[in-house]
Write a protein that binds this ligand. Structure first.
Ligand code: GRF
Length: 223
């Protein structure tokens, strides 16, 4: 039987999406193995979830690991620090020889310095974003969609979520899977947030399963 796809997961927080991925790998729904979970925040509960599942973890942080001084304001220095951090992170991740990188609640925007080396070895990076393709790029997507709904500016009263390939442009890149959500009169921001969070676990599992299968199918056949 073909070996499962090697998946590296990056998280910044609670890791409920990571948990969905762990469970789906364990049940065989995702034909993959999580080879490492990397976090950029020391307090990320994702670390505990990974440890409980026996998955190796890495805490790698822009400031703690000396790429940027705390409170840096100079945009040029920030850009340079981020580029060096991104490049070093790509090298760390590549040591595990992953075939897929999944950003599951990863709150750091990558530059080409992260994406280029992975692309060069054929590793795709996928991301979860709580909005539809081309809408509400960046942080606060759910809040911004809800504000537009309240101002009667949200097209068809509809927002959604997606899993997409990561390119340098934030929250763009080819969509792998998407799901629309209609906001109903009387919905609160909390209702919408809960609905999106409820659906994202399923969507990230489906997309990771699709990508993992694709990776396994594309491997050169051994005689
Ligand atoms: C998710 O809600 C996602 O939409 C956002 O960050 C959150 C991560 O949640 N980008 P968790 O860490 O997977 O619980």
């Amino acid at each position: 039987m073909a070996a499962p796809a090697r998946i590296s997961v990056l998280c910044s927080g609670n890791g409920s999406n990571l948990q969905a991925l762990i469970d789906a790998c364990e049940s065989g729904r995702i034909p993959g193995n999580i080879v490492r979970v990397t976090v950029n925040r020391k307090t990320a509960y994702a670390t505990t979830r990974a440890e409980k599942a026996g998955i190796p973890t890495d805490y790698f942080n822009l400031v703690k690991d000396g790429f940027q001084v705390s409170g840096e304001k100079d945009p040029l220095k920030i850009k340079e620090a981020r580029s060096k951090y991104d490049s070093a992170l790509a090298q760390r991740i590549m040591k595990d020889d992953p075939e897929l990188v999944v950003l599951a609640g990863w709150m750091h925007i990558f530059s080409e310095a992260f994406l280029r080396p992975l692309k060069a070895v054929g590793v795709s990076v996928i991301n979860l974003h709580p909005a539809l393709p081309g809408k509400y790029d960046g942080a606060g997507a759910i809040e911004r969609a809800f504000e537009d709904f309240k101002a009667a500016k949200l097209e068809n009263n509809t927002t959604g979520l997606m899993i997409h390939e990561v390119i340098e442009q934030v929250d763009r890149g080819d969509t792998i899977l998407q799901q629309t959500i209609k906001i109903e009169e009387g919905d609160t921001l909390e209702d919408l947030t809960n609905r999106i969070h409820g659906l994202e676990h399923e969507l990230i599992v489906k997309a990771t399963a699709l990508k993992s299968q694709e990776i396994m199918d594309k491997r050169p056949a051994h005689p």
